[in-house]
Design a protein around this ligand. Structure first.
Ligand code: ATP
Length: 879
């Protein structure tokens, strides 16, 4: 018997498939059977990506230009029999590789762990009950249930379908939806023709259905297509690529400078072997270790931090892009509002009944109209039907309303069984069901005003049905209701002798219900923060413009200065690709887009991107998926979002909180700032080292650093403070600045100027102390060397405090608040003191005891480098 991947299930009847696969369409599989099958068939996952093994991560540390250069330097040192230098370089290599290895291992593992936090879920019938389980736990024979918005979790033969349509573009590339049925088909047909099958990874775009799983994991069609042997693509974030490029450039620059220094020293008559040693040490010291890996670490840490705030970021690149977001497109219901709906008022027979009278008297209208509304509300409603997920809060509010009005949903549904459903779609904005009523048919409709009222030609008044001459008055009253911020829903029906599915023009209008959905409390503040941060928030909603406007005012999206120009209705939206200049500037200014259909959402994303915005897009429905995919950052809601939206999104807000996007953007900005600080620090220190040694080599100043001193310096001052800078908590002002343009270089020309200035100050203090020691104090060369060495270390360590911007205080800023930085400085100073005390080390580094005065001079000159930079900075010389 073959259970997994049976042959041509589409050509077999449902009973045949069920028998072959040994399942039960009414009860589903039993728990014991499930466990047995899970052991036999494994997990329902695609093994398209091989996990990066620990070994591979370790090896990859050595496949780096930085390590190549260090290794070359090591061999060179050994060839010239500079054993100690060679060993020191070896030590540097091992340290660099180990730090890189542990950091990357942690980053990779935390990214993997985070990705598991939002597993794909599905609904399944087991042991006669419907359960929600992780899709990875499905087995062949399981009965799965799905509806619009779900991602099909495995391949299956449809056993029940209701207006079911599926988008199979993931599999076939075809973007049109395909109508699906449960009927038997002939053998040998192609995959797109297999209309009674559902395939893993495809998206339910309409209706609902059930299927029996015929294949899981790699046995599914999508599994067959994906090449298993494919090695996980090594995708590097744009930032990592930029940093690698920068580090490659720096390596070459370092080598050239080191060679020039060594050569010019030699030409000045200095000892060749000493100059080679110096050249090697210089190259090793100036190479920017840690530069390529820092972005991975910083981004992974960002991911981790955000996950604690219930924001799941699916890939590292997104953390980076978040910092560049300039516009956030968001829907309204549930994101900006609570999604806790309640019927507030109702318009019947052209008069409005306020919620207070609804509560007091029951519906203050004729019993016949009331009963009919409650009937349509119960029948044309999917909440509580076992086939459905019952996520629609509007429909849930209707059920509540029926109960308040003493209606009986169950009884109504039993008395008038549903024959057909034409599900709600954002494009049509209405839902229709056809139910049996005394051997005839009741055609029930509920939907948006413009989707229902034009199709009515009659209205019910008491027990009478009279012609409807005044559609306009109804529309105006509905609009008035919408302008109070209420979500409006029109009810209509028709009695048919035969089963008609067309909406026609002969519906009987019953009334309009207004639903209250209050704005979320924290949104107002978030919108203000975004305004300060130069991030534009745009509401894109399927709702009525008046409803959207009222909510927009309440949350502060619309200001008193806003005009009606700032609200655009979907029906007025022209082809955005070819709009006039005036239109373009209007659309760029607009804050609200109402009555929008999903294709227009996509168009709008493209429009903003074409106008140099990095776009963040929030969405939850299956129809939002193209726009979510197209946006630079697609953000899906964890609770309310459909599986389809979650799958394509880059970010998932697990608690559905709009305000979390602010945290994410802040984090993205912080991380970039941290990486920038890291690079600036590293470059300015390295530059200072190279130039100091170069000056020493070509001049006659007695400050030459010993090669081993240079290597030691490299370990002490580069690594720890730089890494600490990469871990900073964030600048308080980060959300008071406009977003960073995505094409901005890590180091802008202005920052290059700052780097030059920082290194100049360090060099000046080192040369300063040498001149002081040599010419004013007449110290020995050994002492001058030691004083220069310590001053360089101190100048470099204190250089971290130069990094914050001119605008911020010197005492209270991002760097001084970063405890890692203080820790790093302490460790570095400790290592320095140890090197001074430990006999073996101090001989190797040619360190001799210094007097208190000499130490004092070192401290003064070291600090003066920071003072010098700060004076120039505060005077406006650099940023
Ligand atoms: P937003 O994008 O802000 O979340 P929305 O997507 O909720 O808004 P839609 O769901 O497209 O907007 O709803 C548009 C209109 O369709 C509503 O104003 C309402 O009149 C109608 N509508 C919404 N849900 C249903 C439903 N389940 N059945 C019938 N009509 C509905």
């Amino acid at each position: 018997m073959k259970i997994q991947n049976i042959q041509a299930p589409y050509a077999a009847t449902i009973d045949e498939v069920v028998e072959q696969i040994q399942s039960d369409t009414d009860e589903g599989l039993g728990q014991d059977e499930v466990i047995e099958r899970q052991l036999k068939f494994g997990k329902n996952i695609l093994q398209k990506q091989k996990k990066k093994s620990v070994f591979l991560i370790f090896v990859s540390q050595f496949l780096d230009p930085i390590i190549y250069i260090l290794t070359a330097a090591m061999f060179l040192a050994f060839i010239f029999q500079n054993w100690i230098e060679g060993l020191a370089v070896l030590f540097v290599i091992v340290m660099t590789a180990l730090i890189g290895f542990f950091m990357e291992l942690q980053a990779v593992r935390s990214v993997e762990a985070l990705q598991k936090l939002s597993p794909a879920m599905c609904r399944v019938l087991r042991d006669s009950g419907i359960q929600k389980i992780k899709s990875s736990l499905l087995v062949p024979g399981d009965i799965i249930l799905f509806e619009a918005g779900d991602v099909i979790p495995a391949d299956g033969r449809i056993i029940k379908s209701n207006s079911l349509a599926i988008k199979e573009s993931a599999l076939t590339g075809e973007s049109d939806q395909i109508d699906k049925t449960a009927e038997v088909l002939q053998n040998g047909i192609s995959l797109p023709e297999q209309k009674n099958m559902v395939f893993s990874g495809t998206i339910v775009s309409r209706g609902n259905g059930r299927a029996i799983v015929t294949a899981t994991g790699n046995h599914t069609k999508i599994g067959e297509i994906t090449k298993l042997s494919q090695e996980a693509e090594k995708s590097r974030s744009p930032l990592e690529k930029k940093l690698r490029k920068l580090s490659r450039k720096l390596i070459w620059l370092t080598i050239i400078l080191a060679a020039i220094t060594a050569l010019s020293g030699y030409l000045q008559g200095k000892d060749l072997v000493f100059m080679i040693k110096t050249g090697i040490a210089l190259a090793v010291a100036a190479i920017p270790e840690g530069l390529p890996i820092v972005s991975t670490i910083a981004l992974a840490r960002g991911m981790l931090r955000l996950s604690r705030e219930n924001v799941i970021i699916k890939n590292l690149e997104s953390v980076e892009t978040l910092g560049e977001v300039g516009i956030i497109c968001t829907d309204k219901t549930g994101t900006l509002t609570e999604n806790k709906m309640r019927v507030d008022s109702i318009i019947l027979q052209e008069e409005k009944i306020k919620n207070s009278s609804i509560a007091r008297d029951g519906l203050a209208c004729s019993k016949a109209v009331k009963d009919q509304i409650l009937k349509i509300a119960a029948l044309c409603n999917n909440v509580g039907l076992d086939e459905h997920n019952s996520g629609d809060s509007l429909e849930a509010a209707l059920i509540e309303f029926i109960k308040e009005q003493k209606g009986n949903v169950k009884e109504l549904r039993n008395n008038f069984p549903r024959v057909k459903e034409i599900p709600f779609e954002t494009e049509r904005k209405r839902m229709i069901t056809i139910n049996e009523e005394n051997e005839k048919y009741l055609f029930c409709v509920k939907g948006a005003m413009e989707a229902v009222v034009p199709h009515c030609n009659r209205v019910q008044q008491g027990n009478r049905i009279v012609p409807l001459p005044n559609k306009k008055t109804w529309m105006e009253m509905g609009e008035q209701m919408a302008s109070e911020g209420l979500r409006t829903l029109v009810f209509a029906y028709r009695n048919d002798k035969i089963k008609r599915t067309d909406v026609g023009d002969d519906l009987v209008l019953l009334g309009i219900l207004g639903f209250e959905d209050p704005p979320r409390k924290d949104i107002f503040k978030a919108i203000q923060t975004y305004r300060n941060a130069g991030v534009k928030v745009v509401m894109i909603t399927g709702d009525h413009p008046k409803t959207a406007q009222k909510i927009g005012q309440e949350i502060g999206l619309l200001t008193p200065e806003t005009t009606s120009e700032n609200i655009v209705t979907g029906t007025d939206l022209p082809d955005l690709e070819n709009c006039s200049k005036e239109e373009k500037s209007r659309f760029l200014k607009a804050d609200i887009y109402a009555r929008m259909i999903p294709e227009q959402k996509l168009q709008l994303v493209k429009f903003y991107q074409g106008n140099n915005y990095v776009v963040g897009m929030l969405g939850d429905g299956v129809n939002d998926t193209p726009a979510l995919k197209k946006a630079d950052i697609g953000i899906a809601m964890g609770i309310r979002g459909t599986e389809a939206a979650k799958e394509v999104a880059d970010v998932i807000l697990m608690d559905d909180k709009f305000t979390s996007t602010e945290l994410a953007i802040r984090q993205g900005r912080d991380i970039f700032d941290n990486i920038r600080h890291f690079v600036i620090f590293l470059l300015s220190c390295n530059l200072a080292e190279i130039i100091t040694v170069a000056i020493a080599a070509v001049s006659n100043l007695p400050l030459p650093l010993q090669p081993l001193q240079i290597l030691f310096l490299n370990l002490v001052t580069d690594v720890f403070p730089a890494l600490a800078l990469g871990m900073g908590k964030g600048n308080k002002n980060v959300m008071k600045q406009p977003p960073r343009p995505s094409d901005e270089a890590i180091i802008t020309p202005e920052l290059w100027r700052s780097i030059a200035m920082y290194s100049f100050s360090i060099i000046a203090s080192v040369i300063g102390i040498s001149v002081y020691a040599a010419f004013y104090q007449d110290y020995s060369n050994a002492i001058i060397n030691n004083m220069a060495f310590y001053t360089l270390i101190l100048g470099q360590l204190l250089n971290v405090f130069n990094l914050p911007e001119r605008k911020t205080s010197f005492i209270k800023n991002k760097v001084t608040r970063n405890l890692w930085v203080w820790g790093a400085i302490l460790i570095s100073l400790l290592i320095m003191v140890l090197a001074y005390w430990i006999p073996f080390l101090n001989t190797m580094l040619s360190l001799i005891p210094l007097s208190v005065n000499q130490i004092l001079a070192v401290i003064i000159f070291g600090i003066s480098s920071v003072i010098l930079t700060q004076i120039i900075k505060r005077a406006g010389g650099i940023i």
